[in-house]
Every structure is written in structure tokens, then in C-alpha cells.
Design a binder for this molecule. Structure first.
Ligand code: UDP
Ligand code: MG
Length: 338
């Protein structure tokens, strides 16, 4: 019996790449979003030069300068002269999510790893990530072993946020997983195909699915400088995440409206009953004022919630680009021969 295999010359069979075969040489793109990280880059990049050639046959480092005001762009420009290093300078600060998206769009590797510039993400873990990828994982995400190193308010806030975010979903955004992760080319393409402007990456990673494997780690303390995420910006990021991945706040608005209407009917009935029992009763000024303030307050909150969603719709409808590139330097994988 003739099978397809019989009809194709053996030499050709060997050449045909098998997408599920991950044992061969692969190309690796490392994306590093940077905002004012000149001092950290000066430490991190020489380290990368040491261990990247050991990890992959072909590699590139995509440095994204997210509107830095220090020497970051200068440091990047110097490094971009070396083979394998690319620098993408955005036209202003667009935020980490946009910087990561810029890096993902620029990356050409079979496998993409994203890591921070501040040396909080141990490079040794990347080797382990690649090992998991070879074993068949499409996404390998580093997950914090504990949050002991964080202040209590942040721990409690994070816990609440993930509880709220993960209500009524078919997928779960894992708590403690950040942007330090490996993505297979297929997963990268899936992420890039998502059209939304509000890019709450942690939600998008979970939404695309694929075979995702956690890898526990403990982030090191930041080498130089301070975190870019203040309480306020974390709160804003959490509202972005909730509005993008949860519509239960809108349902709660409706449900509470119904409850309040029912309560007012009941109260009206009760008052009528009192009137019938005791006759005309003019007292109740306090009740009216309290009820008026309570319900106008509740209405304002509801309008605010609806407003948050409408503002997001407005952002999406405008369809502005996620980021603008001012300058692109260096050559990455595209310049290397296979
Ligand atoms: N970052 C960025 N754009 C920003 C804020 C941060 O590209 O607007 C980068 C930053 O340079 C770093 C990474 O995102 O490489 C993580 O930032 P940070 O260390 O401040 O966050 P944390 O580790 O505290 O969550
Ligand atoms: Mg950090």
C-alpha cells in the first residue's frame, strides 16, 4: 500500500520542519521594557552577553525605551551596535503594557521571553523556561512564591483585585504571575492578533489560553532606582484590568437598582399602612433627607462605574496606535543567517 510517506523522498522528509519538534536549534528574542534604567542596563546587558549564547543558537535582545529621561537611550544606542541587540525608542512614555506590545511586535524569535530591566528577574530562570518549552509548554510564566517582601497594603490589594477579576470567568488570571514569561511564537501571534487598545497584559495572557506552565521563583530586590508603580498607578491598572475582563460590575449596578426599587416599594407600603392605622403624620423630614442623599450617592457611584466602561469604549473607538516609535536601532534575528 502506498502511503504519503512512501511517495516523499526520505531526504525531503528530513528537511520538512515539524512544528511540534522542539528539540532542534531555536531562535530566542528577549524583550526588555525600560524606563529610566540606564544604571540597571549597564549591569544586566553584560550578563546577557554571557549567558544568551549558551541558551540559544540564534538570539536577539529587543530593548524598548519607554520615554526615558535619563541616559537609557544613550546606553541602548551603544549596545545596539553589537550584533543581536536592537533598540526601539518610543516617542514618549506609553506605559509598560504598550512597551511590551512594541517589543512583541518587533521580536522575530521562535520563542520570546520578556523580563524587567531592574535585575529582579533572575536570568537563570530563563534556562528553565526554555527547558519547559522543549517539554511542550507554549507559555511558561514565572510565579511569585510569596509576597512576604511586599507591604501589607499591596498584598491585601492584590488579593482583592484577583478575587474580583476572576469572578465568573472560564479562564483564570493566576495571582502572582507577572510579565516575566516565555511565549511560544504561536502564543505571541495570538496576543498580537488581539485588537484592543486597553492592553492589560496579565489578562490577555490568560485569555489566549494555550498550554501554560507556572514556574515558581522569588524576585530579587530592585538593583537601582525605584519602582515605577505607585499606589495610584497600581489602582489605575487594576481598574483597567477589571473593566477589560469583568462585566459583573455593570450587572451589580442593575441588580442593586432592582433591589432598591423593591425596597422603596416595601417602604411605601409600610408608610401607607402606618397612615391607615394612625392617620396623617407629617414627621419624617430626616428620613427624606437621608434617603435622598443615600440614593443620589448610590446613583453617582453607578454612573461612575458606567462612565469607566464608556471611557474605555471611547478609547477603543478612537483607534489610536498603542505606541509610536521615534527611532529604531540595531539588527536582530532578521540580520542573522540560519
Ligand atoms: N517600565 C516601562 N514603562 C513604564 C514603567 C516601567 O517600560 O512606564 C519598565 C521598567 O523599566 C522595568 C519594568 O517595566 O523594566 C518593571 O518596572 P518596575 O520595576 O518599576 O515595576 P515593579 O517591578 O515594581 O512591578
Ligand atoms: Mg521591578
Amino acid at each position: 500500500m502506498n502511503t504519503v510517506r512512501d511517495r516523499i523522498p526520505v531526504s525531503q522528509l528530513q528537511d520538512a520542519p515539524d512544528p511540534s519538534d522542539r528539540s532542534g536549534p531555536m531562535s530566542l528574542s528577549l524583550i526588555i521594557p525600560c524606563r529610566n534604567e540606564a544604571r540597571n542596563l549597564a549591569v544586566l546587558l553584560p550578563q546577557l552577553c554571557q549567558w544568551l549564547p549558551r541558551l540559544a543558537a540564534r538570539w536577539e535582545v529587543v530593548l524598548v525605551d519607554d520615554g526615558s529621561t535619563d541616559d537609557t537611550s544613550k546606553v541602548m544606542a551603544e549596545w545596539a551596535r553589537l550584533p543581536g541587540f536592537r533598540a526601539l525608542q518610543l516617542s514618549r512614555n506609553f506605559g509598560k503594557e504598550a512597551a511590551l506590545t512594541a517589543g512583541l511586535e518587533a521580536a522575530a524569535g521562535d520563542v520570546v521571553v520578556m523580563m524587567d530591566a531592574d535585575l529582579q528577574h533572575p536570568p537563570a530562570l530563563v534556562e528553565e523556561m526554555i527547558a519547559r518549552w522543549r517539554e511542550g509548554a507554549d507559555v511558561v510564566y514565572a510565579i511569585r512564591e510569596s509576597r512576604e517582601d511586599e507591604p501589607a497594603f499591596k498584598r491585601i490589594g492584590t488579593r482583592m483585585f484577583y478575587k474580583l477579576l476572576n469572578q465568573f470567568h472560564r479562564f483564570e488570571v493566576p495571582e502572582g504571575a507577572g510579565d516575566f514569561r516565555l511565549l511560544d511564537r504561536q502564543a505571541v501571534n495570538a496576543l498580537l492578533a488581539l485588537p484592543e487598545r486597553n492592553r492589560f497584559m496579565k489578562g490577555l495572557y490568560a485569555w489566549i489560553g494555550f498550554k501554560a506552565v507556572p514556574l515558581p521563583y522569588m524576585p530579587a530586590p530592585r538593583a537601582h532606582g525605584r519602582t515605577h508603580f505607585s499606589k495610584r498607578s497600581l489602582f489605575r491598572l487594576s481598574i483597567d484590568g477589571l473593566t477589560a475582563f469583568a462585566n459583573w460590575p455593570l450587572r451589580i449596578v442593575g441588580a442593586l437598582g432592582v433591589l432598591l426599587a423593591l425596597a422603596s416599594f416595601a417602604y411605601g407600603g409600610y408608610l401607607t399602612f402606618l397612615y391607615m392605622l394612625y392617620g396623617h403624620n407629617i414627621s419624617g423630614w430626616t428620613t427624606i433627607v437621608v434617603a435622598l442623599m443615600l440614593f443620589s450617592g448610590v446613583q453617582m457611584i453607578f454612573l461612575g462605574i458606567i462612565g469607566e466602561y464608556i471611557a474605555r469604549i471611547f478609547e477603543e473607538v478612537k483607534g489610536r496606535p498603542l505606541y509610536l516609535v521615534r527611532r529604531e536601532l540595531g539588527q536582530g534575528l532578521a540580520a542573522q543567517t540560519r
